[in-house]
Design a protein around this ligand. Structure first.
Ligand code: HEC
Length: 328
């Protein structure tokens, strides 16, 4: 192939793949054009992302304003989520402020986007400090933080952040993943990988430890979700949910904490709601009705009412029987 044709072909191929942006933005006119495209909401998302990436890589500070604008826009989008890893590289206080100040309108509605954004901010000390300030001011809900994000925050060993963790996420860390539970999980895996036991014996264990709250094969209560129709063949599903009940609380089965104006704190399942009052039911079945006007704060509890360590005391053989019944 003659060299000129080769380089022309090369140029054609780069254009096809979105263009060699690094070369484009090397000139003042090219830079201006690229910025205009990045700011143009009608330009294709992959192209805008590629431009943002190239600008940041080339250390062009002009990119900050455009990226801030994208992050501040109302509503969630794939562009916003895609731009986060690019924004993460910009050491500017404008980035966390763009996210946090538009959190309710432009971030919170998309679980994947908001967790990416919180995780990103947790990674930088200054951003993390700003973020916990917003949580303290109730502008960002503490319940949007997952265990891994809080863990990330704790890694800074910063006095202000540690104090915020103590205020907002202490129970999350306690009920989340701990070395003890990791060991429990490892033991289960070890025992169960050599095969399962007798489902009939396992049924007795289920009746004693789970049936008060769960129905499985027509037997059991309704405090927790019915387990019959589940992904019952997945050992991982059972092990995770039994070992870490609070890691993910099934919607509709979580407890509430009501702080009353007279100083009381009630917890229980939402039994009824409406007509200006709510009724909470505790595990023993006691119902307490409170008027909305008497409530100072009502929030979902981060802790599952499903107890932890439900399998303690079972021998290896009993564990094999129990799981044989669950997966029957
Ligand atoms: C005191 C009541 C209670 C007991 C006892 C109990 N659970 Fe639960 N369980 C719940 C509640 C409530 C939920 C839903 C909230 C949550 O996801 O944590 C739940 C959730 C689950 C889930 C997850 C279901 C989902 O949709 O995510 C599994 C699996 C489960 N329990 C299995 C068991 C097994 C197996 C036992 C016995 C070893 C057991 N539970 C004992 C109350 C209980």
């Amino acid at each position: 192939m003659p060299p000129t044709l080769g380089s022309r072909l090369q140029a054609f191929l780069t254009r096809q793949s979105g263009g060699d942006i690094a070369a484009e933005i090397a000139t003042p006119e090219g830079l201006k054009k690229a910025l205009a495209e990045l700011n143009n909401s009608k330009a294709p998302t992959p192209r805008r992302l590629a431009i943002a990436k190239a600008l940041v890589q080339a250390g062009k500070s002009e990119a900050i304003e455009a990226i801030v604008k994208i992050l501040r826009a109302a509503g969630t989008s794939t562009l916003k989520r895609g731009i986060l890893p690019v924004a993460a590289q910009l050491n500017s206080p404008k980035i966390p402020l763009a996210i946090l100040e538009s959190y309710e309108k432009g971030i919170a509605g998309d679980k994947g986007l908001r967790e990416d954004a919180l995780r990103m901010m947790a990674a930088r000390l200054e951003w993390a400090q700003t973020m916990v300030r917003f949580v303290d001011e109730w502008k960002v809900p503490e319940k949007h933080f997952t265990v891994d994000i809080v863990r990330q925050l704790s890694l800074h060993h910063d006095v202000a952040i540690d104090a915020a963790i103590e205020r907002h996420w202490k129970t999350l860390l306690l009920t989340g993943v701990t070395p003890e539970k990791d060991r429990e999980m490892a033991r289960l895996k070890d025992v169960l990988k050599t095969g399962l036991g007798d489902p009939n014996k396992g049924q007795i264990i289920f009746a004693g430890r789970c049936a008060a709250c769960h129905k499985l094969f027509e037997q059991g209560g309704a405090i927790g979700p019915e387990l019959t129709g589940y992904d019952r063949q997945s050992l991982e599903f059972w092990m995770l949910n039994i070992t870490y009940p609070s890691l993910e609380i099934r919607e509709g089965f979580g407890a509430y904490i009501a702080k009353l104006k007279d100083g009381r704190i009630l917890t229980g399942l939402m039994d009824a709601q409406g007509g200006g009052s709510i009724t909470l039911k505790d595990l023993a079945g006691n119902r307490t009705a409170v008027k909305q006007a008497d409530i100072e704060k009502l929030e979902a509890s981060p802790i599952s009412i499903m107890p932890e360590a439900l399998l303690t005391g079972l021998s290896d053989a009993e564990l094999k029987d129990f799981f044989a019944y669950l997966m029957k």
